[in-house]
Design a protein around this ligand. Structure first.
Ligand code: ATP
Ligand code: MG
Length: 215
């Protein structure tokens, strides 16, 4: 059995890559062997989160690695490919060599997107890169709506534009704009571990959807 590799990519910063990576890593680690690779060094958000989490005394099957370049990333993935069930790559906020490598090495590329035009435009650059990566690997792309406010007009409009402009679909699960996500990241936890029932429900739905995509 080889690990299912999930790359969190987006050209724009602050869209929620690290939030989705850390949430998926910890929640999948309840039932699976998970490796989380922080590919956004020296910022190291996922690494800092993991260090905080270790201090909480969590004992799940979660290993954390870092990768600063293409070669290091390839090595780390090969090291865990036949041992882990899921390998999650937290990407940098750039369309560069490392993001290209993440796409070529991933089974599933998750593209977090919030309801702003800037994020939609940033996604256009990524689409070209995903096309290129497909020459090497059959990578599946999925948008993940984050900070989603379904009631707002901009969210409605943007999701319509995204559906027509972007060839691959969004996950059915959307992550709302919730304080729990920001708090959890700063505490080494996941939003599902905080007292926010809506966050818990959407995180459970996200994990179930990812497990389903693996099959
Ligand atoms: N669904 C959400 N609701 C509320 N706040 C969120 C949500 N998702 C992310 N945030 C907050 O937005 C900020 C950026 O999120 P995050 O660090 O996950 O993004 P990133 O794409 O990894 O950013 P960077 O470019 O810094 O790596 C963080 O403070 C995070 O807590
Ligand atoms: Mg990040």
């Amino acid at each position: 059995m080889t690990a299912f590799v999930i790359g969190l990519v987006q050209a724009k910063g602050g869209v929620g890559r690290s939030t989705v990576s850390t949430t998926l890593a910890a929640e999948l680690a309840r039932a699976h062997r998970v490796v989380l690779v922080d590919c956004d060094m020296p910022q190291g958000t996922a690494l800092a989160w993991a260090n905080l989490r270790r201090r909480l005394g969590r004992t799940e099957r979660l290993t954390v690695e870092t990768a600063s370049g293409q070669r290091e990333l390839t090595e780390k993935i090969h090291q865990h490919l036949h041992v882990a069930d899921y390998i999650i790559l937290d990407g940098p906020p750039r369309v560069g060599d490392l993001t290209k490598a993440i796409l070529v090495l991933s089974d599933l590329a998750l593209i977090p997107m919030g309801a702003s035009a800037a994020e939609l435009w940033a996604t256009a650059n990524l689409l070209l890169l995903i096309e290129e990566a497909r020459e090497y690997r059959d990578v599946v792309g999925r948008i993940v709506w984050t900070r989603f406010r379904s009631q707002t007009r901009i969210a409605q409009e943007l999701s319509e534009i995204a559906v027509s402009a972007i060839e691959f679909p969004a996950l059915a699960t959307t992550l709302g704009h919730r304080v729990a996500y920001a708090e959890a990241l700063g505490q080494g936890r996941t939003a599902a571990e905080l007292a926010d029932e809506q966050a818990r429900n959407e995180v459970a739905a996200l994990v179930a959807e990812i497990e389903q995509l693996r099959r």
